[in-house]
Write a protein that binds this ligand. Structure first.
Ligand code: SF4
Ligand code: SF4
Length: 625
């Protein structure tokens, strides 16, 4: 019968032959490790330096590292059960670092952790607790991968994953079993050698498998660009985006090799979920295959055999992939980088894209309408012109200036601002903020628009901007920085929530389902402010996918201006989800979302819920009071 002894058993001595065998096996394992890891490291280091990368300030990096790597917060938060199982395995590895060092030291007669001593006994028991959790975690992950088989993990069963899981399980079991034998027991020696072989095989095969992320992902998280969807500036006259291997930066290569193929990005991708070619996981794996086959010095195009141009231009830049990725992979700089390469080399030929670029180059609005149309609207709506004396500059954006529904939202928001007694004015010469061209990869037009707008702000001495469009807010605040210092900008949800105590509460009991716009939520981390505003107008209802898991409306990344989508329409899928909540009203906080749902809800006929922006929901209360 097995009895638990007080200490972890270790073989009492090792013969010279055993010691020599151990040295040879360790060397063979290290060689197996380096054979692949050396190649990967070489490819990463031979990639182009990231010119805009700055290690400092380092505080945020350390914080992200502690949260995401050491505490595994992202892994657990987004997929609690498998996330916790994964975290147990990771924490088990951390706890075993000292045990493993001591294990091999014992084999060479140099053991430093005495299992009978105070610290040694404490630590071996401490590690035993983690060994149980780790064994349970890896067993759970094995069951999930091989029996539950979520579709995001891919159709093909990964036997390499099964083998790795077996090795980890074996490591934990052999360690725990050593508490049930004595030092002089022959079984102790067998357990010791099986444990050693499992470690050495594991070490040798890690870099040859996707488990390479165990080594690379801590570095990937630590070395991230330091912000969500940070599109690096093009540097110098020779930088046209990601065209060939020579354009891949060290960060991009490091990220390509860090992917653990978990499929979280794909699970949340609106394109992948609506039958399109784009699959963010495959974009990353495509880069990895490119690096494996051709390397970072290759002049072969990145788009073609390894990644399809069509897929790159199906991305709505919703950011769900980047937000979900547990190993810090930044999909958006890569996808926008590929688009830049295709646009700047003329490889992307799209009728709608060309029209959009031309409209923005000549008319400075995405709708291709004459600026006089905007002037007429300003006059008709009685919007004051900004003259430098007002507190706010109300940014109209292309939607607010030219789109009929966008204009209604602006008119209602202006009413609310007047009601609150906030002084504001609109610019006479406002151009598109450049969001669609920025995301579609046309940097030349984006630069023209950003510089021209910055100049107008400078001339008008505007200090504060408020906008109904989260795309404009993001582009002005983050992307314009490349060309100057933008004024302070906020979204109207933030403005309205700040004035919530002065706005009337509509006691009508109307159920309103709020749709989180990607560029307000994931991009700006603004979730509660629009909900506060909705709460004033009725009863807030949550869609099944809400907050940071919100499902895109399909408009972003310039796609709203391009032609018909392939597969199912993203807006249709999201609209159906919103309608299914049974809410009487759909509340939006982005004119693009509003425009997408307008069409999708129209298909529902008379049963469709009404569609209102938060500014309209608020303004509606003003007439009632
Ligand atoms: S940004 Fe959104 S649409 Fe683009 S790949 Fe990521 S999840 Fe898919
Ligand atoms: S890119 Fe990130 S989220 Fe997507 S499969 Fe790879 S590790 Fe998972």
């Amino acid at each position: 019968m097995l009895t638990l002894t007080a200490t972890l058993a270790e073989p009492e001595h090792f013969s010279l032959v055993e010691k020599l065998l151990l040295v040879v096996l360790v060397a063979a394992s290290a060689a197996g490790f380096w054979r692949r890891f050396g190649v990967v490291l070489h490819k990463i280091l031979k990639s182009k330096k990231d010119p805009s990368f700055h290690l400092f300030p380092i505080g945020k990096r350390v914080w992200d590292f502690v949260c995401e790597v050491l505490f595994q917060t992202k892994v657990i938060r987004q997929r609690p059960l498998p996330g916790l199982a994964h975290a147990f395995v990771f924490w088990g590895f951390c706890a075993f670092a000292l045990v493993t060092l001591n294990h091999f030291a014992v084999g060479l007669g140099l053991g430093f952790l005495n299992p009978a001593g105070f610290f040694g006994r404490f630590y071996t028991y401490f590690a035993a607790v983690f060994a149980i959790a780790c064994a349970a975690g890896i067993f759970g992950l094995f069951v999930r991968r091989f029996l539950v088989r979520p579709k995001w993990l891919g159709k093909k069963l990964s036997w390499e994953s099964g083998f790795i899981a077996f090795l980890i399980f074996l490591l934990m079991v052999t360690y725990l079993a050593s508490f049930f034998v004595g030092d002089a027991d022959p079984a102790t020696r067998i357990l010791w050698w099986v444990h050693s072989l499992a470690i050495l095989i594991f070490l040798a095969i890690i870099p040859h498998t996707k488990h390479l992320h165990l080594i690379l992902s801590p570095a990937t998280v630590f070395l991230s660009r330091g912000g969500f969807s940070q599109i690096p500036p093009l540097v110098g006259d020779e930088d046209f985006g990601l065209i060939a291997g020579t354009d891949l930066t060290r960060l991009a290569s490091l990220q390509a090799y860090s992917c653990v193929e978990c499929g979280r990005c794909t699970e949340h991708c609106p394109a992948a979920n609506t039958g399109k070619l784009l699959n963010p996981k495959e974009i990353i794996l495509g880069l990895r295959s490119y690096l494996n086959d051709l390397g970072p010095a290759s002049e072969e195009p990145l788009l073609g055999k390894y990644n399809a141009q069509e897929a790159a231009f199906q991305c709505t830049t919703c950011g769900a992939c980047e937000f979900q990725c547990p190993v810090g992979i930044e999909h958006l700089p890569i996808i926008v980088g590929l688009r830049r390469g295709a646009v700047n080399t003329g490889a992307w030929e799209d009728e709608y894209g060309s029209k959009l670029f031309l409209a923005l180059e000549r008319g400075a609005n995405a709708h291709g309408l004459p600026a006089s149309e905007r002037d007429k609207f300003i006059e008709k709506a009685g919007l004051p012109i900004f003259d430098g004396t007002q507190e706010y500059c109300l940014w109209l954006g292309c939607m607010g200036g030219y789109d009929p529904k966008g204009r209604e939202i602006i008119a209602d928001f202006a009413r609310v601002m007047n009601y609150l007694g906030t002084s504001f004015g609109v610019l006479r010469k406002e151009k598109c903020c450049g969001d669609p061209v920025r995301r579609l990869g046309n940097d030349l037009v984006f630069q023209q628009l950003a510089e021209s707008n910055l100049e107008v702000f400078e001339q008008n001495k505007a200090k504060k901007i408020v906008s109904i469009c989260p795309h404009c807010v993001r582009t002005i605040q983050e992307d314009w920085k490349e060309f100057g210092t933008p004024p302070q900008v906020e979204h109207h949800s933030e403005f309205l929530a700040r004035h919530a105590d002065k706005l009337p509460k509509q006691a009508n009991g109307e159920s309103i389902v709020f749709h989180d716009p990607c560029y307000l939520g994931r991009y700006r981390n603004v979730y509660e402010q629009p909900r506060t505003v909705v709460g004033l107008a009725g009863e807030l209802v949550e869609a099944p996918r809400n907050h940071e898991r919100s499902f895109c409306c399909g408009a972003g990344g310039g796609l709203v201006f391009l032609g018909e989508e392939s597969g199912e329409r993203v807006s249709k899928v999201r609209a159906a989800e919103l309608v299914a909540t049974g809410a009487k009203t759909v509340g939006t906080a982005c004119p693009f979302c509003n425009s997408m749902f307008r069409d999708a809800l129209a298909e529902k006929g008379e049963c469709a819920p009404q569609l209102l922006d938060i500014a309209q929901l608020t303004a509606r209360g003003l007439t009632e009071n």
